[in-house]
Each structure stands twice: as C-alpha cells, then as structure tokens.
Design a protein around this ligand. Sequence first.
Ligand code: PMP
Length: 366
Amino acid sequence: KPAFAPVTLADLPIRDDLRGRSPYGAPQIDVPVRLNTNENPYPPSPELAEDLAEAVRREALSLNRYPDRDALALREDLARYLGHGLGPEHVWAANGSNEILQQILQVFGGAGRSALGFEPSYSMHPIITVGTGTRWIAGARDEDFGIDPDAAVAAIEEHRPDVVFLTSPNNPTGTALPLETVERVAKAAPGIVVVDEAYFEFARAGTPSALTLLPEHPRLIVSRTMSKAFAMAGTRLGYLAAHPAVVEALQLVRLPYHLSTLTQAAARVALAHAKELLGTVDALRAERDATVEWLRAQGLEVADSDANFVLFGRFADRRAVWEGLLEQGVLIREVGPPQWLRVTIGTEDEMAAFRAALTRVLTRVP
Ligand code: PMP
C-alpha cells in the first residue's frame, strides 16, 4: 500500500462553519438487544420478502436505464396511503426523510437564511441546517417538553426564521403537539414550516396529523418516513406532503435520478403490504405504554410518549447507566437533556431484557 501523508481533518480546507463539528453518530454496535435508533423491531415476513425479490428481479432487467426521475407511481401510492384528498402532485419522495429535510433546506434555507427549532429535538435538524449553510436558531421547549404557542410565536417574531421545524411526535421526548400549536406557528411564520411527523403512526388514537392543515397553509410541509412504523429503515424512503408549488420548488435542488429504481420498487411493494407492516404498531404502542408505566414504578421520571421510544431519567451519571446496560447486551441511546436516556420500544422479549438489565444497573448506579 502507498503511504498516505499524515493529514487530519483539521488540516483540510473545510468550510469554517463546519470546523469543530461532530457528524451524526448513533453507535452501530452489534449486541443482542438493539434499542437505540427507533427502528421497528419486527422484520418483514418471508412472503413480503418474496414479493420484494420478485419486484427486484423484474426491475433488474432494465437497470441499464435511469429510474423514473419523478417517481410518479410511488408518489401516487404514497398519496393514496396518506389520504386527506392528496394526489401525487402534493407528494415528494427521497432517500429517507433526512434527504427530504435537506432538500427543503437547500431550497428554502442557505447562506444568509435561518432555521428555528425547539430543543431538545431531532439532532439532524441543526446538522442539516448548518450543512446547507443556514443559520440555526435554538428555541426552547417547556419543562414537560411541550411547546408553548405564545413563546413559539414570540420566537418567530423575534428571529423571522426562513424555516421553522416542529417535530410531532418529537424525538427524543415522544411529545406530540396539539394542532392548534402547529396552526399558530403556521400563521405566524414568515417562511416555511416543516412538521416532521416521522413517528406519526405511533401517536395515541385521536392525535390529528398536520396534513389536515395543508389546504389552508401553502408554506406548510409535513414530512414522513417509511423507516419507523413501516419497518423499512433499510429501504431509505422518506416523503413529504405539501402544496404542489412546494413540490415544484424541490425539483430545483433534487439531484437527477436521486431515487433508485430498486428503492422505488421496494417502497411500492412495502406500501402494497401496508397492512402487514403497520400491523405491529398496536403491539408497539401497548409495549410503549407498559414501558412508561414500569419505568415510573421504578421511581424514574418519564416523558409521556406518542412515539416508539421513551425518554426517562434523571441520572446524575447517565453514561454509567448506558454503559451498565451495554455490558449486559442492551444498547439504548444517550441523547436528549443531560440526565436523560432514550429507549426504543422493541419486541416483548427485548423489553424484558431491557427491564432486567436496568433493574440490575439501578441497584448500583444512583
Ligand atoms: N425525523 C425524525 C424526527 C427522526 O427521528 C428521524 C430518524 N431518526 C428522521 C426524521 C429521519 O429518518 P429517515 O431518514 O430514516 O427517514
């Protein structure tokens, strides 16, 4: 092998605004119980895998050609899944909702522009914001991790951000927002409002989606993903619903043929099996509610959750708790406010392993 010059990241001519920053880095550790990245723990059935293989076999015969640049058939399927009278012209798809968010920031953010979010929230919102040369403004959430509408409107009036992020249910807290809060923000915001509904399918019954607000708010965007409830994290398929003009605007920055033929085909097969894939959501919700109850019974503080994870604390030394669990083969996430930890809801057996491991850790860690 040739010897490479001893150069470090700091020696490279990277942009000043990226210096000293850390990449997104949920540890990918191979342990028996992985409860750290909010995936659905139930894999697709062998029948679904068969249908996927068949779709890939069919598409393989034309892989010498570029994919449908506009992913029209997939957008039709996604619009049908969303309902609310939406059509393909209201829907856009990309490689995970992270790419959706990046495209939004590329069009509506950028140099000299700003984006506001309410922390603690999804760590990629500021990372994508800064990555697109946009200035990040950190707004605050209440003690109970909700957003006070008056404070949100005041922050918007003070900063006049080009993009506002609302995450509902919020990651890592699990907090869902009342529709009135979204509406107040949408009315006050001078620019785009993104409601990140990655975990919407896990919300408790009766939680309304911001999709209902789209017709009256042309600068509102609702983003969703197939990575969570849909149990398709490996497929990398995220999407949004918005006014057709917004979808048109995104075409200005999307790379040509960004969504591979195989991704489009796999996502369509998954949508055709929506009933099976979403069939685990009720069980996961029940397991979540039981987990919240159990953690509270241990005397811990637990945030109410409308998602497939639970934020709990408080620990003087959360790192010790995280490590204590990892030593027993249970990987959770060290994320959120300093004294809290987040556990993704797994299968019944995985949650039993989590409870057993945490019980042991709590006897020795304060
Ligand atoms: N939004 C939120 C709130 C998330 O938690 C995640 C995944 N952790 C995403 C978006 C991105 O997911 P994906 O790119 O897999 O769609």
